[in-house]
Write a protein that binds this ligand. Sequence first.
Ligand code: DLL
Length: 436
Amino acid sequence: MIMENYFSPWIECANLDTIRDVQSKRLMDTVRRVYENVKFYRDKFDECGIKPEDIKSVDDLSKLPFTYKQDLRDNYPYGLFAVPREKISRIHASSGTTGKMTVVGYTSKDIDDWSEDAARALVAAGATPSDYIHVSYGYGLFTGGLGLHYGAEKLGAVAVPVSSGNTRRQIDILRDFGSNVLCCTPSYAMYIGETMQEMGIDPSEISLRAGIFGAEPWSEEMRGEIQKLLGIKAYDIYGLSEIMGPGVSFECSQQTGMHINEDKFIPEVIDPETGEVLPDGVQGELVFTCITKEALPLIRYRTRDIATISRVKCGCGRTLIKMTKPTGRTDDMLIIRGVNVFPSQIESVLLDMNLVSPNYVLVVDRIDNLDTLEVQVEMTADMFSDTVRNVERIEKKIRSALLSILGIAATVKLVEPKSIARSEGKAKRIIDNRKI
Ligand code: DLL
């Protein structure tokens, strides 16, 4: 085994007994901590008749109740934190299902653990301390930018914190600064590649070797395209803010699924309807339990992502369990240019403005490798007789509300009353024309 190829070989290449042992000890500790420090969990465990001492190993995990995104919302913003304010050193947030965001917190130890996860992902993609790591994920409340940034620093590499946007400038920086690893969403990587072509820059003129792409679904075809366009190897990375951020799992040299950082997160795959735990290799909803987090240790968190996990022998030497790329979601969350969007959020923006009817449809597409969103909303009968100028004014108003509240740019089109197809069952609100 070549130790330099791993960031934490003690666990990345551990045998199953060691992994289970680490998980059992950390699970017991976490269950005790949340019972003592988070009222929500104490009440919930009491309701189910569970005491911390009932959890003796990972085999007892399924005795514990699930946690849902709605629980974070009900306890907004900090109600599920397990440590006092003085111990929190960072906050991030992601979209909730309606107006409110999901707020997540970290202690400095959590940040350190997360940086280690991201560093493992970088190393698995072939990064070394001598590399320049170009981070084009957004910096801010989104976990992408700072997550990979801290990972790069933890590795001892140079973090280049470019954040997203201004693609031509990104390319100048990639070339001039000699970046070796690019971190961004896969759709943005495609866009960078195409813009490079337009600028007449050949992949041989840049020093990139690898890319770490995640935060949204992407296919093997897209991987092929990106690898060709940028002349690199493209690796997947998965994560979610509620559990940590990027680096919950990461791809290795084999590019056949992502190793889960099992010393920090215990994965399960369940039947989303019944909650029953499914055997390895069977597709279902991913559920994670945090076993090292201090600030926000979530127990059996329902990700809504659909995937398979399996403990197959991996050619890279890692023994950490692998998950497939998520193939879909059990809810209606869309990821548009890396931003999570729930139709219900758009609906509340429309309804709050009180200007239009509640009949709307969201048309999502991918044009020149960039996601587009068109919100079609029916005008009220009164508005229909309005001047064109007035209709345009309302479209503009909705557009800026969507931008400021959800942070996403959309085209808004007011359409004739009763022109959006009515459904006899669940309204069909989303037309997703993207071929990913
Ligand atoms: O997207 C964290 C992240 C940042 C992951 C950068 C990777 C790289 P959230 O904004 O909370 O966190 O969104 C989490 O995004 O539940 C999945 O539905 C989706 N997602 C994340 N990574 C992948 C991936 C970040 N590699 C939600 N493939 C998750 C498919 C992904 N979907």
